[in-house]
Ligand binder design. Structure first.
Ligand SMILES: Cc1ncc(COP(=O)(O)O)c(C=O)c1O
Length: 425
């Protein structure tokens, strides 16, 4: 067995999957918008309708009635919370493995985020969800983390049983599915992100999808100025909603780039999935190493591999040795990390949440009398013991589409060498 040695070699390309596919089509589409001098999506000299085309793409792909583009996944979450009527007195249940925007969308709406355990799928544990649903639960935010889902069918069933609105956060799992049905088509609403790290990118961007007219009309109004628009793209104050909008549209420039990217979604996720499965097959042969439980591997969109080790100490050592041997990206990338270090994706790293910072100097939503019941909820490390244990013992590897089969095999070899060094037999 060879000994891993520190190397200057960097084996992992940067994550940012869609960026590698920005080419002729993206340039052509964006150029069309510029030549038409029509970068605003609702009207212009010679509107190219790229935003409409992307929305159509997702409506068809997901079998949804409504799709509304916005300027980020964070914007999409805020619009979804407003459409779901989340406010003071309400709680929104979500897993403790998330992204900071999942919490901030609820807090800014005036509601209270309530954390649910994850299981070995690294997504929401349905048993803990069922235990925690209460009469205050306005919505469940099911976050499909790291490219794939958990037991989404059971979670749908629990939400239906309790008549609670289900919102899917599909930001990290664009193009993923469960038993042939696309993620983003299970809940009452779903959101997407097209930020640079995501499976396809517009640089920045997001989407909200749903089926019910009431939700669709509200999503439109909140993503805009609070009202509907007429066929000419002008604000219609006499439409079905009169409210307060967030004006978080996507511009035609971003939509033009995104329209070219979504044509490549299956190519990008298919390539990542193939590499991801090769890595899982090789890494799972290490004694004591356990791969993330993926219920439907064919539906994994592929951008990450998660492996769990017998102890936190072993996990830390494995990451240290394999990074030293080259399983890392360039200085700005994530690459190969112990999950407890995965920044704002881990509930207890969110200082504003742990210390319950308010959105204003009055301390809202925590100080709101309607949220008095939430005073003793803790968000500090220890709030979710099962998740805490899992992420101490697990490492996450990014799997960009540029990762070659040969590099996957070299990564597997390096992990086997490191395992021998730490005494895994
Ligand atoms: C799970 C999840 N939800 C929401 C978002 C927010 O998306 P954006 O960065 O486009 O605001 C992200 C982005 O990282 C995410 O990972």
């Amino acid at each position: 067995m060879t000994t891993p040695i520190a190397t200057e070699e960097v084996l992992l390309p940067y994550e940012w999957p869609g960026s590698y596919f920005i080419g002729e089509e993206e340039i052509e589409n964006v150029t069309k918008v510029l030549l038409a001098r029509s970068p605003y999506r609702y009207y212009g000299h010679d509107l190219q309708h790229f935003a409409d085309k992307v929305e159509d793409f997702y409506r068809k792909r997901l079998g949804r009635k409504y799709a509304t583009l916005v300027n980020s996944g964070t914007g999409a979450l805020s619009v979804a919370m407003a459409a779901a009527d989340v406010g003071p007195g309400d709680e929104v249940l979500m897993p403790g493995y998330f992204w900071v925007a999942c919490v901030s969308a609820v807090v800014r709406a005036g509601g209270i985020p309530r954390l649910v355990e994850i299981d070995d799928t690294f997504t929401m544990d349905p048993d803990d969800l069922e235990r925690k649903i209460s009469p205050r639960t306005k919505a469940v935010l099911l976050v499909h983390m790291s490219g794939a889902c958990g037991d989404v069918e059971r979670i749908v069933e629990i939400c239906r049983k309790h008549s609670v609105l289900l919102i899917e956060d599909t930001a990290q799992a664009n193009g993923a599915s469960f038993r042939g049905k696309p993620l983003g088509s299970f809940g009452d609403m779903a959101i997407y992100s097209f930020q640079y790290n995501k499976n396809v990118t517009a640089g920045e961007g997001g989407l909200v999808v749903c089926d019910k007219d009431e939700l669709g009309n509200r999503v439109f109004a909140y993503h805009d100025v609070g009202y509907a628009r007429n066929a000419a793209g002008r604000v219609d104050p006499h439409g079905p909603v009169q409210s307060w909008g967030q004006c978080v549209h996507m511009s035609e420039l971003s939509a033009a780039l995104l329209y070219a990217q979504v044509q490549k979604l299956d190519l990008i996720t298919g390539t990542m999935r193939a590499r991801n499965q090769r890595l899982y097959a090789g890494l799972s042969k290490i004694p004591g190493a356990k791969p993330r439980r993926i219920i439907d591997p064919a539906g994994d969109s592929g951008p990450f591999v998660i492996m769990t080790w017998p102890s936190g100490e072993i996990c830390a050592k494995m990451v240290e040795l394999t990074r030293a041997a080259g399983v890392r990206p360039g200085p700005d990338g994530i690459g190969n990390i112990r999950m407890t270090d995965w920044g704002m994706h881990i509930y207890y790293h969110n200082i504003s949440l742990v210390e319950k910072h308010g959105v204003n100097s009055a301390g809202r939503p925590w100080s709101d009398p309607l949220n008095e019941w939430a005073r003793d909820i803790s968000y500090a490390k220890g709030a979710l013991p099962r998740m805490d244990d899992l992420i101490e013992r697990s490492n996450l590897i990014t799997v960009p589409p540029q990762l070659s089969e040969q590099t996957c095999d070299r990564i597997i070899e390096i992990f086997h060498e490191a395992a021998a060094k730490v005494g895994l037999k």
